[in-house]
Every structure is written in structure tokens, then in C-alpha cells.
Design a binder for this molecule. Structure first.
Ligand SMILES: Nc1ncnc2c1ncn2[C@@H]1O[C@H](COP(=O)(O)OP(=O)(O)OP(=O)(O)O)[C@@H](O)[C@H]1O
Length: 526
């Protein structure tokens, strides 16, 4: 059954636009029930007619990621090939353009799978999530598979054109269009691959597995090819994006924690063409690290409940698809099939992010509490030319507006002198999934939050501070100050002892300054 909640637009409205394609599909298990399916420039409209009562469901174009033509698969040797009466659970499909050897010669239908991830308001207030919806249209009006495939391919071509923002070629849309080959080969799409940089050591070290099991299926539904490069050691990703012709890829997906994002952004800043690179290369992060503060901050800013792709994609992979009920065989007309799998994840959305990094040190970028782990290099013969040890330290990127570290700051700066237990700077709301560092931080607000704990704080308050880190109440503790700044400088007194870490990595104890560059890059995150 189609769950009507799965496809209704938030405003409950219909897709109002010129109809490009229209077809009627029948539900064989239900007498007097059929769907009028329309494709318009805005999306897909499914008008259900049940004994005269109509109901319209719509899937907006922005939620559709791809579609594929399939053919039913031959049963394995020994099993009975029964045409009529084949149960849905036995039903298998193969790609229409491949595996010609294994198709079911008794079923000449062409199946169009349309994949969509629709944003849903969850029952709990303020929480949104994406759900995977698959609409399957069965084309079976013709006796020959090729004719049915031609019909399915016209729909596929039109959907793919709309997804990539190209006009749908009118000549192809005519039912009398005969040339199947030209229809199939005309399907547009981004020719360039996506670059995937995967840190196998991030967090619990399950980046490869997560990518293969959860991300690959989605990229495959969207028919987006990709190149995966496994990082071999620290600074590998940084050196990779600094030295490669990155324009051969259409986007860059970082699979790991905040550290890999830090490396990539800094690697881009080390390119003379950094502005072009940031503009042209879409960046995305698949949170697989231990903290994943950036992804959590984006999710929080968009008021999503959680970022856990492991839970969400798990549901998609292991979920029990609720297939549209009905027999496949007793109807000679086209048929609509829908199976919906609930996916508790969010859209990939490009979010504008600030960036701040030390104006003086090529190593320093932002501050977070990432953990230090021990790492091993992984051999990849294709990337022998990457040498993080001998990387260039020349930093292009945006020009600093700060005075040199050796000069005095102007009088307009506020100076706080004294003994400090801790000074922590970050521009993200979260530094880990359960570390709500700066509750008032917003994406791209151009603010660094300085958390200052001066010496003299009581032990009780310090304990309360630590206990409140996961829900943000730490900022209300007496002795804890949260100061919004555009830039800061830390100057340890001569002879004083202390530690300075950047993203959890210890750096030299000495003067350090940083500033924020608002809205410098965009990144997508689930
Ligand atoms: N193959 C590798 N071996 C060792 N270290 C690596 C390798 N690839 C990348 N690194 C380093 O691992 C560091 C940490 O990675 P990352 O941030 O992805 O994971 P994490 O620390 O678990 O997550 P988070 O930063 O969100 O807490 C990166 O700064 C990077 O320099």
C-alpha cells in the first residue's frame, strides 16, 4: 500500500505546472483503483482514484534523486517460472541495460524505479527527517519488452532532465518516438565523478564500512559515479586537495570527523585558486568521526533531531520494505507499485559556514576537542606522489585583517589579563554530538565564542560546568564566561606553563591569534 503520508507535500498542495508526461497505472489487487501519474516541471503527481473518490499525492522534484529502468529477473535454476500468480516476495528486478542473460522472458514489462528522499515533520515537535520513498511504475501496455522499455525510458529521460535542470527535449516525449537507443543514450547527468576522501581511522574506524553500506546505495540510486581515496596518514587529505586537479571532480565528499574537514579546507586555502575551488567544488561531510561537531552543528542549526547516519541509513538498508499490495499479473495495463522504506536522516543541504584559522600559523585552524588516536598508513599505489611530510606551508586563502602577532593590538581590542583555568574558542554550536559548546552559535554568524574560566572558580562550579557540557547549561555556571568575538589573541606570560591544543592536537605553547571569515565555504551534511 502507498502510505498517503509518505508523499504529501508539507502544504498539502498539488504540483501545479504544465504536464510533461501523463499515464494511468492500475492497482491490480484493488478493483476500481487506479492512479493518474503526471510528471511536471515541479515534480511527480499521483492522483489516486478509488471508486470515484480522488486523492492527490505529490513528490516535489527537489526530493527526487534519480530513477532507473529495470526488468524482472529470471528465477534461479530449478525454481518454477510461473507467470501469473507470482508472489511479490519472489519478485526480483535487474537493471534493464545489463544482465541480459538473467532477465525473465515471461515478463515483458519495464519497471521505472523513482527514488526520492522526502522531508517529513516527525511526530515530535521541531524534528524533521528524511524518508526514502521509491515509486515503481510498471509499463506493460506492449507485448514486447523493448516497447515497454521505450515508454519507461521516456519517463526516465524526462525526470533526469528535470533533476539536472535541463529542458526536457520535446521530440523525445512523443509516444510515437521510436528510437530506443537514442532515448537511452540521451539521458543527461553530471559527467564528472565525485571525489570521496575517506579517513579509515576516524572515530571507531568504520568509515569504509559506512560508506559502502550507507552512502554507496544512495549515490548509486542517483547514478553518481565516484572515486574513493583512502587517506594514508595525517595531512594526506590536505596535500591531496592542494596538489590535485580538483576540477576533474564535481564535488568532494569527506568521510570522517572534523579533522578531515579541517584538512580539506586548509588544503584548499593552500591553493592560489582557493576562491574558485571553494565556489566550484561542492563539499559534503559524512560524519564518521568521534566528535562530528561540525555535522552536529549543522544538524542543530537546521533543527534536526540527530545526525546519526548509522541509525538512519541502517533503517534504509535493513528495513522491511512495505511493498504495494497486489498481484502483478492479472492486469494488462501499466501498473504502479510503491514501496516505502523509512529513512531517518536529513537532506544533504548546503550550509553556509564561517571559517576561522590562525592568521599566523599554517597549522592552526579551529579549536575543538577531537581526540588523538594512533594511526597506521594504508598502502595505495595510485597515490604514491602524495607526500604530506614535504607539503608546502604557503597559505593563500583570505587575507588576514589582524596585526602581526609580534605587534601590539589596537586600543579597540578588549584585554583580559589574569590566571586562567581554561580558554576555549570555537564558532560551532557543537564540538561533538554531546558537547553543546556554544548554545547561541549560529551558522555563518561571523562570531567566535570564547569560553573563559578564570582561576578561582569553585570546585563545585567546575563540576557543574563539566556536567552541563552536554546540554549547554555549562555557560550559566558562575565563573564561566562566554564572549562573542570576531578575533582573539592569547599571549601566555613568560615562564608560565600550560597547554594549547588545536582540534585536540597539542601545539607549541606560545602566543596565538585567530579571526573569523564569515560565509567562506559551503558544506553539505546529512
Ligand atoms: N590513515 C590515517 N592514519 C592516521 N591518521 C589519519 C589518517 N587519515 C587521516 N588521519 C588524521 O586523523 C585525524 C582525525 O581524523 P577525523 O577528524 O576524521 O576523526 P576523529 O578525530 O575521530 O573525529 P572528530 O574530529 O570529529 O572528533 C585527522 O586530522 C587526520 O589528520
Amino acid at each position: 500500500m502507498i502510505d498517503n503520508h509518505q508523499c504529501v507535500m508539507e502544504d498539502g498542495g498539488q504540483v501545479h505546472s504544465n504536464t510533461l508526461l501523463e499515464e494511468t497505472f492500475y492497482v491490480t489487487s484493488k478493483k476500481n483503483t487506479y492512479y493518474k501519474v503526471r510528471l511536471t516541471e515541479k515534480g511527480l503527481s499521483l492522483e489516486k482514484d478509488n471508486n470515484g473518490a480522488t486523492k492527490v499525492e505529490t513528490i516535489v522534484l527537489n526530493d527526487i534523486i534519480g530513477c532507473r529502468c529495470m526488468r524482472s529477473k529470471r528465477k534461479s535454476a530449478g525454481s518454477c517460472v510461473c507467470g501469473p500468480g507470482t508472489s511479490r516476495s519472489q519478485f526480483k528486478l535487474v537493471e534493464s541495460v545489463e544482465a541480459y542473460q538473467s532477465y525473465d522472458e515471461f515478463d515483458t514489462s519495464a519497471y521505472l524505479y523513482i527514488y526520492a528522499y522526502t522531508l517529513k515533520k516527525a511526530r515530535m515537535k521541531g524534528i524533521k527527517r528524511r524518508e526514502r520513498t521509491t515509486i515503481t511504475l510498471r509499463f506493460r501496455s506492449f507485448d514486447k519488452y523493448e516497447d515497454n522499455l521505450r515508454e519507461a525510458s521516456r519517463w526516465r529521460l524526462a525526470i533526469k532532465c528535470l533533476i539536472v535542470g535541463l529542458p526536457v527535449p520535446k521530440s523525445f516525449m512523443s509516444p510515437s518516438h521510436e528510437n530506443l537507443e537514442s532515448l537511452i543514450s540521451a539521458c543527461p547527468g553530471e559527467q564528472r565523478k565525485i571525489l570521496v576522501l575517506l579517513n579509515p581511522k576516524s572515530g571507531p574506524g568504520r568509515g569504509r564500512e559506512t560508506f559502502q553500506k550507507r552512502i554507496h546505495p544512495i549515490l548509486s540510486e542517483a547514478e553518481r559515479p565516484y572515486d574513493v581515496h583512502i587517506t594514508k596518514c595525517p595531512n594526506y587529505a590536505r596535500e591531496f586537495v592542494r596538489t590535485r586537479d580538483i576540477y576533474q571532480w564535481s564535488g568532494l565528499l569527506m568521510v570522517g570527523g572534523d579533522g578531515i574537514v579541517f584538512e580539506v579546507v586548509n588544503g584548499l586555502f593552500q591553493r592560489p585558486d582557493w576562491e574558485k575551488a571553494l565556489k566550484e567544488l561542492s563539499l559534503g561531510v559524512i560524519p564518521c568521526g568521534s566528535g562530528n561537531g561540525l555535522a552536529k552543528s549543522i544538524a542543530y542549526a537546521k533543527q534536526y533531531s540527530k545526525i546519526s547516519e548509522s541509525k538512519s541509513f541502517h533503517d534504509a538498508i535493513d528495513g522491511d520494505p512495505a511493498i504495494f499490495d497486489g498481484s502483478f499479473d492479472s492486469c494488462d495495463d501499466n501498473e504502479i507499485i510503491s514501496d516505502n522504506i523509512t529513512l531517518e536522516t536529513e537532506a544533504e543541504r548546503r550550509q553556509r559556514l564561517d571559517s576561522f584559522y590562525s592568521a599566523t600559523s599554517a597549522k592552526s585552524t579551529y579549536f575543538s576537542t577531537g581526540s588523538i588516536s594512533s594511526y597506521h598508513s594504508i598502502d595505495d599505489p595510485n597515490n604514491e606522489d602524495i607526500d604530506p611530510e614535504n607539503s608546502s606551508q604557503v597559505m593563500y586563502g583570505p587575507s588576514s585583517r589582524l596585526p602581526a602577532l609580534t605587534s601590539e593590538v589596537s586600543n579597540s581590542w578588549t584585554q583580559i589579563e589574569g590566571e586562567f583555568v581554561m580558554v576555549h574558542a570555537a564558532y560551532q554550536s557543537h564540538l561533538g554530538q554531546d558537547y553543546f559548546f556554544a548554545p547561541r552559535a549560529k551558522l555563518a554568524d561571523g562570531i567566535i565564542w570564547l569560553m573563559i574560566i578564570k582561576a578561582g572558580i569553585t570546585r563545585a562550579n567546575l563540576l557543574q560546568f563539566l556536567l552541563g557540557l552536554n546540554n549547554g547549561t555549562h555557560v550559566t555556571r558562575s565563573g564561566v564566561d562566554m564572549i562573542p568575538v570576531k578575533a582573539f589573541r592569547i599571549e601566555p606570560e613568560e615562564g608560565a606553563n600550560g597547554y594549547i591544543t588545536v582540534d585536540g592536537e597539542k601545539v607549541d605553547y606560545g602566543p596565538l591569534q585567530a579571526e573569523i571569515f564569515p560565509s567562506l565555504a559551503s558544506v553539505m551534511s546529512p
